[in-house]
Write a protein that binds this ligand. Structure first.
Ligand SMILES: [Zn+2]
Length: 132
């Protein structure tokens, strides 16, 4: 007879989700580049690489940079290419500190801010064309 999975007690607290109004305020204050990275993801590009001594010995430290938001991702790779660790240093103002995790309708708020900015800019260009 198959054994049933045991019910395990959650050991870490459930993630706190950001309030929609807080996300709206945060999104409105983000510059276009930060907002685009949040909506479409970062476009990491090779930045610097060097050999270092890490916990596994001789290793590569490869740094990539997002040209849009200027955040830096540092990867430590073994000489066979295995990723030992990765850390992202986000640019000042990129992270929503103390808001909680932006998910679900919070993501909707970010998308809406992005698309309404784009729409407003397109409308302004169209108006300018009509006027000239
Ligand atoms: Zn970025």
């Amino acid at each position: 007879m198959a054994s049933r999975g045991r019910i395990t007690r959650r050991t870490t607290p459930a993630p706190r989700y950001a309030d929609e109004d807080d996300v709206r305020e945060f999104a409105a204050a983000l510059n276009d580049n930060y907002l685009n990275c949040r909506r479409y993801g970062h476009t990491w590009k090779p930045w610097r690489v060097q050999l270092i001594d890490s916990e596994v010995g001789r290793s590569y430290e490869a740094i990539t940079r997002c040209p849009s938001c200027k955040s830096l991702a540092t990867e430590v790779l073994s000489m066979s290419g295995h990723q030992i660790r990765r850390h992202v240093k986000y640019s000042e103002g990129y992270l929503a500190s103390n808001l909680g995790r932006i998910a679900g309708t919070g993501r909707d708020v970010l998308r809406l801010e992005s698309v309404t900015r784009q729409f407003t800019a397109a409308e302004a260009r169209a108006e300018k064309r009509r006027a000239s």
